[in-house]
Write a protein that binds this ligand. Structure first.
Ligand SMILES: NC(=O)c1ccc[n+]([C@@H]2O[C@H](COP(=O)([O-])OP(=O)(O)OC[C@H]3O[C@@H](n4cnc5c(N)ncnc54)[C@H](O)[C@@H]3O)[C@@H](O)[C@H]2O)c1
Length: 276
């Protein structure tokens, strides 16, 4: 059902790879809610994924960019403003990658050039987008910028590796830039901390199926799906959330406030029975 929540709004969506991607679901919902937007991803992602299909479906133009490259990001904002004939209203940063996770290199024997790459791709890219947008004065007053995060920024989860540090930095950038951009231009910046989700990036997380089962049992409302996350992003881009900024918003069915649930303890007890 559409509520026309984004009627007349223009945006940029970074990070849709295939139809599992959270950014893909956001693009579909934003289109349903009346927004126009451009789509951006790396040239490699465009070859490996199916972004063309999404662009066709939503009438959007694709602008190639490596989000670690400031010149590329400038090109995305410039071209988007050219297409829309003016400033934009929302930006989604849905980007994450760790070469250490991908190569199975453990946190206590980490490769530092890889670590820097993780931070650059998954966190600094957010700062780069915000700095480019502000210098170009590319976002309308009361515009909204959202990046996707994960609870590993606050709590240690086995195998999440240097992505945990990247998510902490991402959330900190939302607060630091949120102050400046809010004060000067009334632009709000938030992160949404999403449940584990089966996507290409999600599948790279060690033991993702077990993790998804665990958080499902621990969360009173169950895990949030990629579609649920897209709904939340749409409300954050809409005018209904104009005074929400500098927040890390948990979108996880209640997981982050739980210590132990009945469903999880029942499952855990079973494993003791099996041991005996
Ligand atoms: N899947 C999960 O369990 C989960 C949970 C919480 C948060 N998140 C976050 O959601 C976001 C989207 O991930 P997803 O799960 O939809 O997976 P995904 O694999 O579909 O999306 C990740 C995207 O990052 C892009 N990317 C990687 N390097 C890039 C670069 N240098 N420049 C530009 N883009 C680059 C990829 O091409 C891809 O489109 C990420 O920030 C991820 O950490 C995911």
């Amino acid at each position: 059902m559409s509520y026309n929540l984004l009627k007349g709004k223009k945006g940029i969506i970074f990070g849709a790879l295939n139809d599992q991607s959270i950014a893909w679901k956001v693009a579909e919902k934003a289109h349903e809610e009346g927004a126009q937007f451009t789509l951006s991803n790396t040239p490699v992602a465009l070859r490996l994924g199916s972004l063309d299909e999404l662009a066709k479906k939503t009438g959007s133009e694709i602008i190639h960019a490596d989000a670690t490259n400031v010149a590329d990001i400038e090109k995305v904002f410039e071209r988007s403003m050219e297409i829309f004939g003016g400033k934009i209203d929302f930006v989604l940063h849905s980007i994450g990658m760790s070469p250490n996770v991908r190569k199975g290199i453990p946190y206590d024997d980490i490769d530092y050039p890889n670590f820097l790459k993780t931070l650059d791709i998954s966190a600094l890219s957010f700062h780069k987008m915000l700095q480019v947008a502000r210098k170009m004065d590319a976002i309308n007053e009361w515009g909204s910028v959202v990046a996707l995060s994960y609870v590993a920024a606050q709590r240690t989860l086995f195998g999440y590796n240097d992505m945990a540090d990247a998510k902490s930095l991402l959330e900190s950038i939302a607060r630091s830039f949120g102050y400046i951009y809010g004060r000067d231009k009334k632009i709000r910046i938030n992160t949404i901390s999403q449940s584990p989700t089966r996507t290409t990036a999600g599948s790279g997380v060690s033991g993702i199926d077990t993790l998804i089962d665990f958080t499902e049992r621990m969360s009173p409302l169950g895990n949030a799906t990629a579609e649920d996350c897209a709904d939340y992003c749409i409300t954050m881009f809409s005018d209904l959330t104009r005074k929400v900024t500098m927040q890390n918003l948990f979108h996880d069915g209640g997981f982050s406030s739980m210590g132990m649930s009945y469903k999880a303890i029942t499952q855990y007890n079973k494993s003791f029975d099996e041991c005996e």
